[in-house]
Design a protein around this ligand. Structure first.
Ligand code: UDP
Length: 247
């Protein structure tokens, strides 16, 4: 039996992806990111100073906070319950680690970038949309800080994007939506840089196990999705050539 995708996509096809920069006004980076029906508002703010362990080092820091809105899912969840669940902590740490891989913290100086990922609508793949859109928001924030003279040089050393992949009926599928995520026996998230170097892989067998061959197939699908996302990010970021240095 072959899995029929509810939206008729090919197994290796992404959902329609879009980035909407300047979605809100006050944060230097604000990008509404859509992967099909998944919608995440990614905002990047900057503050002077760093956590204690970096004080006096001359180096900056990037941290992330992730939340779903109460009505982001099919059944409303109380705000209290959405606060700091294990899932929330895991996701916000993943977003922070992923985006930190693209930053030269000496160039940032003793400042902290905070990436807020607020999920307006969750149809699976919210963490990967947060990372991919978070990078676009980060570039917009850096652009503004350069223009304001807060930064002398860009701290962006590369690009980061992420996508989900899963196994359904033993076969790989790219960028699962919620009904697929529920049916998948293996749930995979891949984070890569502009050289398709692996930053992080999360790959969980929800049922049974998966083989080395299937792992390679999942990575091939992830890589293909990320190649497309890297292009979409580049197209969404103004002043790309001045922003991303050291590629
Ligand atoms: N989900 C939900 N309630 C929850 C957690 C998740 O409805 O408390 C749904 C939501 O659509 C989410 C999907 O399940 O996008 C997959 O969640 P997962 O934890 O795998 O993370 P994601 O794929 O969003 O990164």
């Amino acid at each position: 039996m072959v899995w029929q995708r509810p939206d008729g996509r090919q197994p290796y096809e992404l959902r329609p992806i879009s980035f909407h920069p300047g979605f809100t006004r006050f944060a230097p980076g604000s990008v509404l990111t859509k992967f099909g029906d998944t919608q995440v508002l990614c905002t990047v703010s900057v503050s002077e100073g760093v956590p204690k362990f970096l004080a006096g080092s001359g180096r900056g820091w990037l941290t992330s906070e992730y939340r779903m809105l109460p009505s982001a899912t099919q059944e409303r969840k109380a705000r209290e319950l959405l606060k700091l669940s294990g899932r929330t902590q895991e996701i916000q740490r993943l977003i922070g680690r992923s985006l930190r891989s693209a930053i030269d913290f000496e160039a940032l100086g003793e400042r902290t970038l905070t990436v807020d990922a607020d999920v307006l609508q969750a149809d699976a793949g919210t963490r990967t949309a947060s990372i991919t859109g978070g990078f676009v928001a980060l570039a917009y924030a850096v652009n503004q800080l350069l223009q304001q003279g807060v930064l002398e040089r860009s701290p962006l050393t590369g690009q980061v994007a992420a996508i989900s992949v899963g196994l359904l009926q033993g076969e790989p599928y790219l960028d699962l939506n919620y009904s697929e995520d529920v049916a998948a026996t293996v749930d995979f998230n891949v984070v890569m840089n502009q050289h398709l170097g692996i930053i992080e892989i999360q790959g969980t067998a929800e049922e049974g196990s998966y083989s080395r061959t299937q792992l390679n197939q999942l990575l091939d699908f992830g890589e293909k999705g990320i190649q497309e996302l890297l292009i979409a990010q580049k197209e969404a970021i103004a002043n790309w050539d001045q922003l991303v240095v050291g590629e």
